[in-house]
Design a protein around this ligand. Structure first.
Ligand code: PMP
Length: 340
């Protein structure tokens, strides 16, 4: 298929265990304790298939997110949920609109579905341009809240405007919800074309197990499950995510607070050293730099892996840095100060 042949392989991370990896916005504090125990217990039943559509996790997620069980779809990471949405709701000849730059996989999901991407610039203050998004008349509008890679949270008023005015499906990607504590999940019960995508890869510290979910009207959930297919989420991941929701919420909330404090510390140091970082509502900070490759190379010599972006639309070169515990922050801040 020509659309697939033109895609490049995803190139994140360097896989070098000697480096502190601050490149992928995962939980640098580790895996929550009850989830770790559940992983070990679930291992003995690995000869069995998992639940068909993640029914056990859906029940736990419904309680956590305050929606009915029929409004939950699970998946192999939220990537799987977003991909299923593109397959279920758009296809060849259909258009997907989003503000750029955003989550790097979004154009790929659109291409996999054979649909067309329509990009809109962010407003000068960093907010989404609700009017421009609506003016595209797209079949699906993707909003990332907070946005990756900028970390900026769209204003609730602009998100509401898109939700109220969109003709098609609105996919609100809340991968970093636990850090922003702002959600539109409360609208899932009444908005028939809203899909909220979330993940266990970030605040919940389970990126290696690939667990994500979506919150949507039961009609959308049915379509998403048909597009996703059975058994895509593995049993160990489901057991770990259920344990995390049942027993690890205090741990998760404490680590979220640690991450927010580290983010504010990093933002202040960057400002203090003459940079203009974006105001982040997530567990990472994007900072525009003259040469992203050179900045990342300097960090690498200090044993730190950060994510360089070259020529981001409306931004230029920038580096995205995930925050972590005090030992990592000390190394990071020393390396940044040595550049100034
Ligand atoms: N959405 C956003 C905005 C992300 O940053 C990521 C991970 N980088 C994902 C979705 C995918 O997360 P996962 O598939 O690990 O759940």
């Amino acid at each position: 298929m020509p659309a697939i042949a033109s895609l490049t392989r995803y190139g994140a991370g360097a896989g070098d265990a000697s480096l502190a990896d601050l490149s992928d916005n995962t939980n640098r504090w580790g895996t929550p304790p009850a989830a770790r125990e559940a992983i070990v217990s679930a291992a003995t039943a690995s000869y069995r298939y998992p639940t068909l559509y993640g029914e056990t996790l859906a029940t736990a997620v419904a309680a956590y997110a305050g929606v009915s069980v029929s409004s939950v779809v699970t998946g192999c990471g939220s990537d799987n949920v977003i991909d299923a949405a593109m397959k279920a709701f758009v296809g060849p000849g259909r258009r997907v609109a989003y503000c750029a730059p955003t989550f790097v996989m979004v154009p790929t999901f659109i291409q996999w579905a054979g649909a067309t991407a329509v990009t809109v610039p962010f407003l000068p203050d960093g907010d989404i341009d609700a009017d421009a998004l609506l003016a595209t008349d797209a079949d699906l509008i993707y909003l990332c809240a907070p946005n990756n890679p900028t970390g900026v949270a769209p204003s609730p008023a602009a998100v509401a405007r898109v939700l109220d005015g969109a003709r098609g499906v609105v996919l609100v990607d809340e991968a970093y919800f636990e850090f922003s504590n702002v959600t539109v999940a409360d609208r899932v019960a009444t908005h028939e074309r809203l899909l909220v995508a979330r993940t266990f890869s970030k605040a919940f510290g389970l990126a290696g197990l690939r667990v994500g979910y979506g919150l949507a009207h039961p009609t959308l959930v049915g379509a998403l499950e048909r597009a996703r297919g059975p058994y895509t989420m593995n049993a160990i991941g489901e057991a770990a995510a259920v344990a995390a929701l049942s027993h690890d919420l205090p741990w998760v909330h404490a680590r979220v607070n640690d991450a927010i404090a580290a983010r504010e510390q990093l933002t202040a140091v960057l400002r203090d050293t003459g940079h203009q970082p974006y105001p982040s509502a997530a567990n990472f900070v994007l900072v525009p730099v003259a040469d992203a490759g050179a900045f990342a190379a300097t960090m690498r010599t200090a044993g730190l892996l950060v994510r360089p972006f070259r020529a981001l639309p409306g931004i230029g070169d920038a580096v995205r840095i995930t925050v972590g515990p005090p030992d990592v922050m000390t190394r990071l801040i020393t390396a940044i100060r040595s550049l100034a």
